[in-house]
Design a protein around this ligand. Structure first.
Ligand SMILES: [Zn+2]
Ligand SMILES: [Zn+2]
Length: 94
């Protein structure tokens, strides 16, 4: 049975990805914090399998840069500070 969640605390109102406390935009879909339809969503943990990868994102607009360590490339596409587009580089650690 599928359970739908409406818990949007600290999440994007559109794609329900986690949004950091100091972030102004969702880094995955570019929606401004606090905006979106806030539809109920299926609360499933996404399972990703892959080699450990370090992804470096750099904003083309404001230069904000950060790194994400995880399995597979981080899927962020937007700057959490200004909503601008990113240059993304991922390095496999194996
Ligand atoms: Zn989003
Ligand atoms: Zn930016």
């Amino acid at each position: 049975m599928k359970k739908l969640s409406t818990d949007y605390k600290g999440r994007c109102g559109k794609c329900h990805a986690m949004i950091g406390e100091n972030d102004m935009f969702c880094r995955y879909c570019g929606t401004p914090k606090g905006k979106g339809l806030f539809l109920p969503y299926e609360n499933v943990m996404e399972c990703v399998y892959g080699p450990p990868t370090t992804t470096t994102h750099t904003c083309r607009e404001c230069g904000h840069s950060w790194k994400v360590h995880g399995l597979c490339e981080d899927r962020a596409r937007f700057c959490p500070k200004c909503g601008g587009g990113l240059d993304t580089e991922s390095v496999c650690e194996l």
